[in-house]
Ligand binder design. Structure first.
Ligand SMILES: [Zn+2]
Length: 409
């Protein structure tokens, strides 16, 4: 590239970055006036006028008139347009595929659940393609679909859209985003489900406005999403928070990762059920039926003071609490959110967790720590919402949407 071409390209990139900055400000703080945008962003008022005009021409933002509290002329402010922009969010679970058609406010317009028949790459691609196609066909005239998001357990490379490792399906090294992009000629975003849900909690959930917080999710496995200084921690391989593989018991059961006694072998729904069953088989007194156990039943029994269920939930709290204490020492979060069926036992579980955290982390770090249930429970497709929102705020998707709209006209 010659010097002039390079200058033009840099100028164009700067314009795009500024557009994303203005969009993000309006999305996070709107309704907001142009004057305030210029002040907060340190952009020249003329630039703000140009950028907001461009965003309005593409229908991404709109003007609203706010009546000043002192009376007089209403002030014109800007907000983002959310209902007009739809996307498809899929959560690839262990046994089922959830697929939601959502808009940028997080409202779900349509939702489907499909049982997965096959767990190999071809089977997974077929299931995803069918669910996405159905969603695409059900959109109404004038609705604009901007992108597709897919979240799943395991390790993924969000930049290339490649699955690196899946604990549930044989899809390692599958270039999933590339496989699906051609379906509708839409951008495809892929992410780890727990990490994406952590982001969703910051946008719409229980961690709104939190700069430092950790989401811990307990289902078939145990994982965490760490938000530090307002950013999702990703690390070298773009995946941080595999707390399920911290060793708790060197002589414990073997984990699917190959190691022994990982947290996940003790604190995950299946592990909790099998520990309960083992205690019942030894003949301990309980109203639980060893042949009819589930995490929901155990949580309910713990709340009703059943001795075995209470013991199991406390023990779960002790194991998990030790790992949370490590997390508190490492990351000093202001809040830890817990997601999973296990939160039904919160009155029994949380005191055990807090006791371990208080014993094993620095008092300065744990004194004001808040431990709460996550806002999104069993709403897996909200993770995809966060991936779309992040892409929109980071310029990439914003430019693609404007291009999509220009191409249509
Ligand atoms: Zn492991």
């Amino acid at each position: 590239m010659n010097a002039r071409a390079e200058r033009v390209a840099n100028h164009e990139l700067l314009k795009q970055v500024n557009a994303a900055l203005v969009y993000r400000l309006i999305d996070n703080q709107g309704p907001i006036s142009r004057v305030d945008i210029a002040q907060i962003s340190a952009l020249a008022p003329a630039s703000v006028t140009n950028i907001t005009r461009q965003l309005m021409e593409h229908g991404l933002i709109k003007e609203v008139a706010l009546q000043a509290s002192t009376g007089g002329r209403p002030a014109i402010s800007l907000t983002t347009e959310q209902a007009a922009f739809l996307f498809i969010s899929c959560r690839l679970g262990r046994e089922e595929l959830q697929c939601s058609l959502m808009d940028l406010s997080g409202t779900i317009h349509q939702h489907s659940v499909t049982q997965l028949q096959r767990h190999d790459a071809e089977g997974i691609i077929v299931a995803l393609s069918q669910a996405i196609s159905q969603c695409l066909h059900s959109t109404k005239l004038g609705q604009h679909i901007i992108a597709i998001a897919i979240t799943m357990a395991g390790l993924v490379d969000p930049e290339t859209g490649t699955v690196l490792y899946s604990p549930n399906h044989q899809i390692a090294n599958l270039e999933l985003a590339e496989e699906l992009r051609s379906l509708a000629n839409l951008p495809v975003y892929i992410g780890n489900d727990t990490r994406a849900l952590a982001l969703a909690e910051t946008y719409l959930g229980a961690a709104k406005g939190c700069q430092d917080f950790i989401l811990v999710s307990i289902h078939h496995g145990t994982g965490a999403g760490i938000i530090s200084n307002g950013q999702l921690l990703l690390g070298k391989n773009r995946n941080v928070g595999e707390i399920g593989h911290i060793q708790i018991d060197p002589f414990g059961d073997q984990c699917h990762c190959g190691n022994f006694g990982c947290l996940e072998t003790l604190v995950a729904n299946k592990a909790i059920v099998s520990q309960t069953k083992a205690l019942l088989e030894r003949g301990h007194n309980s109203r639980l039926d060893k042949d009819n156990l589930s995490i929901d039943i155990i949580c309910k029994a713990a709340l009703e003071d059943d001795p075995i269920a209470t013991q199991i939930i406390r023990q779960t709290g002790n194991h998990l609490g030790r790992v949370l204490a490590i997390m508190v020492n490492l990351f000093n979060p202001e809040k830890i959110l817990l997601a999973g069926e296990i939160v039904q036992s919160a009155p029994v579980l949380f005191p055990a967790l807090l006791q371990q955290i208080q014993r094993q982390s620095l008092p300065n770090f744990n004194r004001e720590l808040q431990l709460e249930k996550a806002h999104f429970q069993g709403q897996g497709t909200m993770g995809g919402y966060a991936l779309i929102k992040r892409a929109l705020h980071a310029n990439d998707l914003l430019q693609q949407i404007m291009q999509q709209i220009d191409d249509k006209q």
